[in-house]
Design a protein around this ligand. Structure first.
Ligand code: HEC
Ligand code: HEC
Ligand code: HEC
Ligand code: HEC
Ligand code: HEC
Length: 240
């Protein structure tokens, strides 16, 4: 099995198609954010920082969360210019698995509920086997490294040692997600615009795949696979 960090390095998630569906609820913590127009000091300082602290700022600004400040996940006070003051209050520097789930689940509550019912979250011990960031990345959500693929991620556990392989239709759905991501990347590189139909269709497809993967529910998932695969193939044809 891969270590948490090695899985994490390669990973992340979906590409650009705008996702407007899920609930994103503002919470108390965001009340401490800089007002519109104010400069976010987390980003201002981190963009100048060297090493990982600076690299992270660059990645974040290219991710789907670019409009959510650093504080929306890490807490802290984005109006402070001084590091110690900014890294204060409810600041979370290095979340463990449970904290990561809570962090992401504040805005993505339906994904969290699905995940909590899954075989990746065994109730017996209440210790999750995975967290959101291991599949989606942290600062690269929506803009994963080119080396990332769901098929490779899942088969880094499934099919090894005591875990049986995933059923073929599940692997096909994951391959489809990877293919669509590659196709979108190519289209963006060639400055080819994506049609509104493609964007909507892909958003629905991802939601449907996510429902199955988040909940690891094969019983209700497998019967839905043929329709998902068919829709995915037509999306692939649209973006060629
Ligand atoms: C004045 C500069 C500055 C500001 C402002 C700042 N940081 Fe940092 N931050 C750093 C530096 C430099 C590091 C690298 C580690 C170190 O030197 O402590 C760091 C490290 C971190 C880390 C890694 C964990 C740790 O504690 O080392 C996180 C997470 C982080 N910052 C988030 C934030 C957030 C969120 C904000 C805004 C609320 C923020 N930072 C504001 C300079 C800053
Ligand atoms: C979507 C939530 C989210 C946002 C937004 C976010 N982070 Fe993080 N960040 C995390 C998580 C989760 C970790 C822990 C990663 C791990 O353990 O592998 C982390 C880790 C870090 C680290 C430690 C180095 C590393 O890569 O593990 C630094 C530094 C950091 N974040 C800075 C920032 C800064 C600066 C911003 C804004 C530019 C920011 N983060 C925005 C979730 C987020
Ligand atoms: C403060 C609220 C907030 C938090 C916290 C948050 N997200 Fe998001 N997330 C959003 C919003 C808003 C979008 C939609 C961005 C868009 O469509 O442009 C989004 C989009 C996404 C997407 C879809 C990406 C895409 O482009 O298709 C994934 C996957 C995701 N988030 C995962 C995570 C993970 C993992 C964490 C925790 C590490 C997290 N989010 C934390 C608000 C949040
Ligand atoms: C086992 C890997 C895995 C884990 C763990 C996981 N996801 Fe996902 N997630 C996926 C896959 C696969 C998709 C759909 C394919 C794609 O993104 O293109 C997806 C899609 C999503 C989406 C976009 C579609 C939608 O549902 O609106 C969001 C947002 C999201 N995940 C958030 C989360 C959050 C939050 C967590 C943690 C509670 C989480 N995910 C845990 C694999 C995972
Ligand atoms: C860190 C290792 C790991 C990774 C990575 C991983 N899984 Fe799992 N998965 C597990 C474990 C452990 C179980 C629980 C097996 C059990 O309960 O017997 C499981 C269970 C499942 C099940 C339920 C199987 C069944 O027979 O009911 C599905 C479906 C599943 N995973 C899908 C995925 C998908 C899709 C991915 C990639 C997006 C993935 N997993 C990534 C470890 C992993």
């Amino acid at each position: 099995m891969h270590s948490r960090s090695s899985v994490r390095k390669a990973l992340s998630a979906p590409i650009c198609a705008l996702l407007l569906v899920f609930a994103c609820l503002p919470t108390g913590r965001q009340a401490g954010s800089a007002r519109p127009g104010d400069e976010n000091q987390c980003i201002a300082c981190h963009s100048q920082a060297s090493g990982r602290a600076g690299e992270v700022a660059g990645l974040h600004l290219k991710s789907s969360h670019a409009k959510q400040g650093c504080q929306s996940c890490h807490g802290g006070d984005p109006s402070q210019q001084e590091k110690l003051r900014a890294h204060s209050g409810g600041f979370i520097s290095a979340p463990d698995r449970a904290e990561t789930l809570a962090m992401c689940g504040r805005c993505h509550s339906s994904a969290l509920r699905e995940f909590e019912r899954s075989r990746h979250f065994p109730e017996s011990r209440n210790i999750p086997r995975l967290d959101c960031a291991e599949c989606h990345g942290t600062h690269t959500v929506g803009n994963p490294p080119e080396t990332f693929g769901y098929v490779a991620l899942c088969t880094s556990c499934h099919g090894l040692e005591y875990l049986p392989e995933l059923p073929e239709p599940v692997t096909q759905m994951l391959a489809l997600t990877d293919d669509l991501q590659d196709a979108v990347r190519v289209a963006e590189r060639q400055n080819r615009p994506l049609s509104a139909d493609f964007i909507t269709g892909r958003r629905r497809l991802r939601r449907n795949i996510a429902e199955i993967v988040h909940s690891t529910d094969l019983q209700s998932g497998l019967p839905r696979a043929p329709d998902i695969l068919r829709r995915g193939e037509s999306l692939k044809a649209m973006v060629k």
